[in-house]
Design a protein around this ligand. Structure first.
Ligand code: AMP
Ligand code: MG
Length: 304
């Protein structure tokens, strides 16, 4: 895949993958997504040896890797000199993970170097969880789209790092909840407080996850406008689209996570005037889902 941009499914969302050792490919990724150059990319590795070729694996990182890799956990680690500035936006750390998808790992292994793979969507828009979302959003800006069906998790990876005193922090809520991290490591994982002038993870301050249709995130949703995601898109025209927990048929947060972005994209293309999302229970994956919807609705407010 020398020079190529390949959109492919990961367990989180579809990624736009390219060789991390090729500055031209990295610049193509930023261009295809219209992503600001100061927002760095996650490097995806096939195994720990490959991680060690781009980052310093501390004992704490190795321990976490033992519990969560392969899987949807990204670690911010001190980068090796060989890592290109384009991938890290010149920051001192590199973001790395080993994805759960065996197919993706086999592709990385075959290429022989880590692959940079941000979500395969135009920057700021909802992340794609199906191949058709990638095609609708990026179309010909991608060389190949590998259709592997809907993503298993439907939410981006959780990003963690350590402060100077060695305390672990969560930089982005994601597919692994803070509660699961804490239970498996037996230590607290507080949310990192971003410095607005010099954010540690620049993407955290960008408008994100937003459909074109305004999103409101409040309860109660207007009763007379209750149109659920399970109804046909044709009935949504001009109406308010309301996503309530039936994006999971059984009130299951993992199912809701798998469906949230697909539901937002479907409603967005159905021509509804407003998308109203009920909040989720604020614990476990519910905290991640609430954060994503809050950012989608904030993006609409600041864009107005
Ligand atoms: P995405 O590629 O859309 O999943 O977003 C990746 C997130 O990881 C963004 O918020 C980036 O700002 C953050 N990130 C990626 N690489 C680094 C890095 N080297 N240092 C700090 N944050 C990073
Ligand atoms: Mg993204």
């Amino acid at each position: 895949m020398r020079g190529a941009l390949v959109a492919l499914p990961t367990e989180t969302v579809y990624g736009l993958a390219g060789r991390a050792d090729d500055p031209t490919v990295l610049r193509r990724i930023f261009k295809a997504k219209n992503r600001p150059a100061h927002n760095p990319l996650i490097l995806h590795c096939a195994d720990l040896d490959q991680v060690a070729s781009v980052a310093e694996l501390t004992p704490a990182a190795r321990q976490l890797a033992g519990s969560f890799w392969p899987g949807p956990l990204t670690m911010l680690l001190t980068r090796r000199e060989s890592v290109l500035d384009e991938a890290c936006a010149g920051l001192p750390r590199v973001a790395v993970r080993i994805p759960a998808s065996e197919q993706f790992r086999a592709i990385i292994r075959a290429v022989g170097v880590p692959l940079a793979a941000p979500s395969a969507n135009p920057s700021g828009y909802v992340s794609p969880t199906r191949a058709e979302h990638v095609f609708a959003g990026l179309g010909c800006r991608v060389d190949h789209i590998l259709d592997g069906g809907p993503c298993e998790r439907g939410l981006e990876s959780t990003i963690v790092g350590w402060d100077e005193a060695g305390r672990g922090e969560i930089y982005r809520l994601g597919a692994i909840s803070a509660e699961v991290l804490e239970a498996l490591t037996n230590t607290p994982w507080p949310l990192h407080q971003q410095d607005e002038q010099h954010p540690s993870t620049p993407g955290a301050l960008l408008q994100h996850y937003a459909p074109r249709t305004p999103v409101t995130f409040e309860l109660p949703a207007p009763q007379d406008a209750w149109v659920t995601w399970s109804e046909r898109a044709s009935t949504w025209k001009g109406e308010v689209g309301v996503l309530h927990l039936p994006i999971s048929t059984i009130g299951d947060l993992e199912e809701a996570a798998r469906n949230l972005y697909h539901a937002l994209i479907e409603l967005d293309s159905a021509g509804v005037t407003r998308i109203c999302v009920e909040s989720f229970p604020d614990e476990g994956l519910g905290a991640t889902l609430n954060e994503r919807v809050a950012r989608a609705s904030a993006a609409q407010i600041s864009a107005a």
